[in-house]
Ligand binder design. Sequence first.
Ligand code: SF4
Length: 350
Amino acid sequence: MVRDVLLGRSTTELEDWAIAQGQNAFRGRQIYDWIYNKGVKSLTDITVLPKQWRVELDAQNFRVGRLRCIRRFVASDATTKLLLATDDGEIIETVGIPTNQRLTVCVSSQVGCPMACRFCATGKGGLQRSLATHEIVDQVLSVREAMDRRPSHIVFMGMGEPLLNSEMVLESIRCFNIDLGISQRRITVSTIGVPKTLPQLAELAIKKLGRAQFTLAVSLHAPNQRLREELIPTAHSYPYDALLSDCHHYLSMTGRRVSFEYILLKELNDRPEHAAELADRLGGFQSHINLIAYNPIEEQEFKRPALRRIEAFRRVLERRGVAVSLRVSRGLDQNAACGQLRRQHVAEVS
Ligand code: SF4
């Protein structure tokens, strides 16, 4: 953790930090309350702290560690997208997706992404760096503030591959769970699949969180290795069978079922025979598949299938005993696809 940033620290860590600063432990609890419950952005605004100490903390460059919201877009369905600037000038994207019952925040785990999936706007720009814990946690606080509503669910489906930043992702899950009161079961970590990282994630989650209760969603996007490699270049180093075997291993280590994601691309992976092949592959998994209709982006050859093709795909899976849900795209009118907003902003200012 960056030494001078307090966001992301637990109540005990803040108590210890206050004691190390020559204060009573309760000063740490006050800071905790103002950071997580009141959403304060600057230590100098925590008016319950002695003024002299606030001046000293500022002079020593201690800070809360909040990001700066530089742009906000609200779609007609109230989906709210924020562009947030980090201290070193990087721009990340986060999205708040509201329904009557829930507010889901789609968070980023990296600035950019090295996985280069062909259908993804984020993958086009490569990786700048991974995010620190406070930069991940801030996204949820920023959405809470922008939408004036408490987030109930979190999905790591924004920019980046979370399993390439497991330590910070798990630290932020601890923070969401304990400090912001969001149940682990309402948090989903979505991965495209990185060799050797699934067992590692399970081990680390048990160590850091006690139990891995969050949902792991593995993006398959194809029913076989050949097509998967066409869409996800990095898949060449992770054979389909090895990926599914690691999912079984993850299940046995955590007791949590893995769910799968499948983005439907017109005439590429959306045929009934693809659905049948996928169902055969997942036989015995008791799996749940989330179908996602592709969200078109500029400069891409891919298209979204018609609804009747999507429904036909879904029916094949269901007839073969696979539980399916269809994710409805939200906020299409504001460049909703992962990384689109950031790319547009960077193009405008450069
Ligand atoms: S889909 Fe996810 S893993 Fe693939 S390039 Fe985009 S952000 Fe990275």
